[in-house]
Design a protein around this ligand. Structure first.
Ligand SMILES: Nc1ncnc2c1ncn2[C@@H]1O[C@H](COP(=O)(O)OP(=O)(O)OP(=O)(O)O)[C@@H](O)[C@H]1O
Ligand SMILES: [Mg+2]
Length: 336
């Protein structure tokens, strides 16, 4: 017993500790439903003579489990930087990031990552590239002497072949090396590599940007169908507004208000999108208006508060001083 504390006081104290634990557990549960939580994150890098360049400034976002977030913005606005922070490759200068309720403090194996450039191991076959992640995460060198390793290896190999065909490649491609594959095939393998890890969070950095239009659109359809099957949380960086509107369930634009080094990118647009994907064919003029608006916001021509949306014709009118911007709630999303 703690000296100086009577039994009723102790009971009250224990009750309080119990309440705190319950509140902490409830908070962790709510945060887990929030797949990714970005709290007031700023990132800056040192320049010469003790000056700093601010890349991201006070970014706060809550991303729900199963959302397909597309991140747009001009080159250099900090999209890859934000993705590296989510992955834990780098730490923010200020603020914090959590995935599934716990802080990201080092490279986070809970998130799959498809980087901006092809990322396959050049000296390994397609099959080895796919099998390496799951096996090394489960077995250390000595663990490979155990019989359970060979059992797990068989299951991982079967899954690798399933992914190969799922990605529209042939079983005969399994033995090929990256230099024997086209860019589009390498990118399919890179996506399969990330999917092999069965992560609930998938971070993709301009994964389709180097592909020709038809390969790109077939991979877009493939990614959407993979996402609809298992509903991971996806953060997908792209420069292509049409791709963003086709893939995403939520669109986030980053832009800087000025070219000043002290001024980093902020979230200038955050809106929900129609879940079935928007295309020119399905949404006609509304799609064109939205593309024009998003592109204006991305290049900082017209900064818009979250949830605020204007059509191209409104924007014209506003420039002539005639029309007020239309404000919509992010929940309204894009009209069907
Ligand atoms: N380690 C670093 N040290 C210094 N500056 C950096 C570092 N990493 C990124 N930057 C700077 O941060 C800014 C944002 O870079 P980032 O790669 O995130 O842009 P991006 O939006 O992904 O651009 P892109 O669309 O061209 O890929 C750039 O000005 C870049 O030079
Ligand atoms: Mg980038």
């Amino acid at each position: 017993m703690v000296s100086g504390m009577s039994t009723p006081e102790m009971t009250a104290g224990l009750h309080l500790i119990g309440e705190q634990a319950t509140r902490a557990a409830a908070k962790a549960k709510v945060q887990a439903a929030k797949s990714i939580s970005i709290e007031d994150v700023s990132v800056s890098y040192a320049l010469e003579r003790s000056a700093r360049r601010c890349v991201l400034e006070n970014i706060s976002l809550e991303i729900e489990e199963g959302e397909f977030v597309v991140l747009l913005g001009e080159t250099g606005c900090g999209k890859s930087t934000l993705l590296r922070m989510l992955l834990g490759q780098e730490r923010p200068t200020a603020g914090q990031i959590s995935v599934a309720g716990s802080r990201v403090e080092r490279v986070d194996a809970r998130s799959g990552y498809v980087p901006q450039r092809y990322s396959l191991f050049p000296d390994r076959s397609v099959l080895d590239n796919l099998m390496m992640g799951p096996l090394t995460s489960k077995f250390h060198i000595l663990g490979r002497l155990r019989p359970s390793y060979w059992e797990a290896r068989r299951a991982v190999k079967a899954e690798a072949f399933r992914q190969i065909t799922h990605m529209g490649l042939q079983a005969s491609d399994a033995g090929k090396y990256p230099y024997q594959l086209s860019g589009g095939m390498q990118q399919r393998v890179a996506i399969a590599q990330a999917l092999m890890m069965k992560n609930r969070v998938l971070l993709m950095d301009e994964a389709f940007s180097a592909l020709d239009p038809s390969t790109r659109s077939s991979l877009q359809r493939l990614l959407r169908s993979v996402w609809s099957e298992t509903r991971p949380t996806v953060v997908f960086v792209t420069h292509n507004t049409a791709e963003a509107l086709f893939l995403g369930t939520r669109l986030i634009v980053l832009a800087r208000e000025s070219k000043d080094d002290a001024c980093g990118s902020r979230v200038t647009l955050d809106m929900k999108l129609a879940e079935g994907g928007m295309t020119l064919r399905t949404h006609g003029q509304e799609f064109l208006d939205l593309v024009e608006h998003v592109e204006a916001v991305s290049c900082g021509q017209r900064l818009t508060a979250p949830g605020e949306r204007r059509t191209a014709s409104d924007a014209w009118g506003e420039e002539l001083g005639r029309v007020e911007p239309v404000r919509v709630s992010p929940e309204d999303g894009v009209r069907q």
